[in-house]
Design a protein around this ligand. Structure first.
Ligand SMILES: Nc1nc2c(ncn2[C@@H]2O[C@H](COP(=O)(O)OP(=O)(O)OP(=O)(O)O)[C@@H](O)[C@H]2O)c(=O)[nH]1
Ligand SMILES: [Mg+2]
Length: 179
């Protein structure tokens, strides 16, 4: 009965779906959150703690938490995991040096019991920058194909222009409606 009710609430757009945005500092998480919300690039400073906003996509409502990515803050990411349906991992596609670190953070996160049912959206951000890695390169470096227990998707984007973000929201919507 509870599941049926939850499904009906989803269909009628009344239930909020929890999303967390994680990734290393400077990846573009906060810029993405406000591009989702306002369709504009905002000026940001490094996030201490988190920002949270509600974003609606054709009657599907997401509660989106953008969490600071500085090293000292990463240990606190797990305090946001409970009830998360979608994890957005933002990657600075020019930051080749720290991609291995991102990979470690991703696989550590996915092993966490509170994220066992979460889907993963990897955003290959900063595609406007010369020499940025492609989504396929990032997918390979993060070994996304080895992820079997989670639904995942990789999307190239540019948070400054918003390119790639509507497609990301469409994927998120289709994920929560399918589950
Ligand atoms: N060229 C370019 N710059 C971007 C893009 N997205 C974000 N930036 C810039 O990258 C810098 C960091 O962006 P933030 O959104 O603050 O990064 P963050 O991931 O929230 O960083 P923390 O809060 O420290 O974890 C800012 O100067 C943004 O303007 C992009 O797609 N292209
Ligand atoms: Mg931030």
């Amino acid at each position: 009965m509870g599941i049926l009710f939850a499904k009906l609430m989803t269909v009628f757009g009344d239930r909020e779906h929890k999303v967390i945005i994680v990734g290393l500092d400077n990846a573009g998480k906060t810029t993405i959150l406000y591009q989702f919300l306002t369709k504009e690039a905002v000026h940001t400073s490094p996030t201490i703690g988190s920002n949270v906003e509600e974003i609606s996509v054709r009657k599907t409502r997401f509660l989106v938490w953008d969490i600071g990515g500085q090293e000292s803050l990463r240990a606190s990411w797990s305090s946001y995991y409970c009830n998360t349906e979608i994890v957005i991992l933002v990657v600075d596609s020019t930051d080749r040096e720290r991609l291995t670190l991102t990979k470690e953070e991703l696989h550590r996160m996915l092993a966490h019991e509170e994220l066992q049912n979460a889907a993963v959206l990897v955003l290959a951000n900063k595609q406007d920058m010369k020499g940025s890695m492609t989504a396929a390169e990032i997918s390979q470096c993060l070994t996304l194909s080895s992820i079997t227990g989670h639904s995942w998707h990789v999307q190239a984007c540019c948070a400054l222009t918003g390119e790639g973000l509507p497609a990301s929201l469409d994927w998120m919507r289709s994920r929560v409606l399918a589950s």
